[in-house]
Ligand binder design. Structure first.
Ligand SMILES: [Zn+2]
Length: 448
């Protein structure tokens, strides 16, 4: 008789061990409820006193880029932080509430990862994600996983999710809470789950007190009555992240691309010669990366004119390059801009006054006048005239850096001096890249 008892005890031990490894969800009664509040709506703040009165916590999925927007429609960051401080879970919902299946891959990854990074920057550590518009596909699931989330939630599709979770990145829920369904519908979702047991994630959107407009709003009094009911029947309420369990992996960080010009840091100012721009990317996780660039100012993430960087790019005239890198999981950095300013063309300069062979009287004051214009390389924008230097032979008489408004005319007031006889006056134009041109000589005679 003792042998069967031992065998039964062994079976019991195995079952208990199975329960232990599955986490807290299996240690509680067969049905567990999570309360999800989507979109970071300010009206959901009305749920806080109701939840705390019941000793319950919820999961608030927010789009970080919408916080503070809509003239009070969305929560502010401060309000969201108060929600987190009250013990509720903050989850991600993409930066701007985007349909991940409708975005190009790289933007979809940015919408999820950037949102999570933004929440992290504000001291929140989201591990749960909800798909906006409840649309997901395997690509979106991969993105949510590689961005460091432990679960991805849709809306609808089931009465209860079996635990332990088979598909943490495709968590289904009953139909969302609605004003039309009211308390009876909420209670029905929980009682329907009782047959199979499991996890019931109830999704709320707006909350209202008196006049409730829109099907996806719930009366605060309905929420309160529902929580009373849950409490009375002893159904445990847990945050989504607590049911899913686990530790969040490090989020996938974007690569960083740096540019060099002829092997050195690219100068910010003008240069006179062509250069070769090389791009190099590093990824914090060492995931292989791809670098894309454009030279027409368009966005290298989406432009039809972009190309994949494979070899250094020779720049022969002033060019604006935009580039960015993404890793194999489509985590991309913000595009960077590098403008290489090239002006290898000499300016033009003429001394227009005094006139050739003019007779100048020593000690008199005259105005030397020059005209100077600049040209760029390959028809590109020139660097512009930096200064015009006036000379008598090799003697510098002075300079002018600012043309007469609206003209290309540069002037210098000069008190005529020097030996009597013939002098050779010139104007020397300098552009900002350092190109120089000396004008034709204007011979003058200085007399006493
Ligand atoms: Zn939403």
């Amino acid at each position: 008789m003792s042998r069967p008892r031992v065998a039964l005890a062994t079976v019991a031990a195995i079952v208990l061990a199975g329960l232990a490894v599955s986490g807290p969800a299996r240690a509680v009664p067969s049905t567990v409820v999570s309360l999800a509040f989507d979109d970071g709506l300010a009206s959901q703040l009305a749920a806080l006193p109701v939840l705390s009165a019941h000793g319950m916590t919820g999961t608030f999925y927010v789009s970080s880029g919408l916080l503070g927007k809509g003239s009070g429609y969305y929560m502010t960051w401060d309000q969201l932080k108060a929600v987190a401080a009250a013990g509720h879970e903050i989850g991600g919902h993409t930066r701007l509430h985007s349909d991940l299946t409708a975005l190009p891959l790289e933007q979809a990854a940015g919408a999820v990862c950037d949102d999570r990074a933004e929440l992290e920057r504000h001291g929140l550590h989201p591990v749960s994600f909800a798909y906006p518009f409840a649309v997901a596909d395997t690509r979106a699931e991969d993105i949510v996983r590689t961005c460091g989330y432990l679960s991805g939630r849709t809306v609808g599709g089931t009465a209860a999710v079996a635990l332990p979770l088979a598909t943490p990145y495709l968590v289904q829920t009953p139909a969302p809470a609605s004003a039309t369904g009211g308390l009876a519908a909420l209670e029905a979702e929980v009682t329907a789950a009782q047959a199979t047991g499991g996890w019931v994630v109830l999704v709320f959107h707006g909350l209202c007190t008196t006049t409730c407009s829109g099907a996806s709003t719930t009366k605060v009094s309905t929420l309160k009555a529902f929580l009373d009911w849950l409490q009375a029947r002893g159904t445990p309420v847990q945050r989504v992240g607590d049911v899913v369990g686990g530790t969040a992996p490090a989020p996938n960080a974007a690569p960083t691309t740096t540019a060099t010009c002829d092997g050195a840091p690219c100068p910010s100012g003008w240069r006179r010669t062509a250069t070769t721009v090389a791009l190099a990317a590093t990824d914090p996780e060492g995931r292989p990366w791809l670098t894309y660039l454009t030279d027409d100012g368009s966005d290298p993430r989406t432009s039809v004119a972009r190309w994949q960087y494979q070899a250094p790019y020779p720049v022969t005239r002033t060019t604006t390059l935009r580039f960015y890198s993404r890793d194999q999981d489509y985590r991309g950095e913000r595009p960077r801009t590098l403008t290489v300013l090239i002006d290898g063309a000499r300016p033009a300069a003429w001394l227009t006054a005094p006139a050739p062979y003019a007779r100048l009287h020593r000690g008199s004051v005259i105005t030397l006048t020059a005209r100077a214009t600049d040209a760029g390389t390959g028809g590109a924008r020139p660097s512009g005239i930096a200064k015009v230097v006036f000379r008598d032979g090799s003697t510098v008489l002075g300079k002018d850096t600012t043309p007469v408004a609206g003209t290309a005319r540069y002037t210098l007031r000069w008190t005529v001096r020097g030996s009597t006889g013939t002098h050779r006056l010139t104007a020397v134009g300098y552009d900002r890249a350092g190109n120089v041109r000396t004008s034709t000589v204007v011979p003058v005679t200085i007399g006493s």
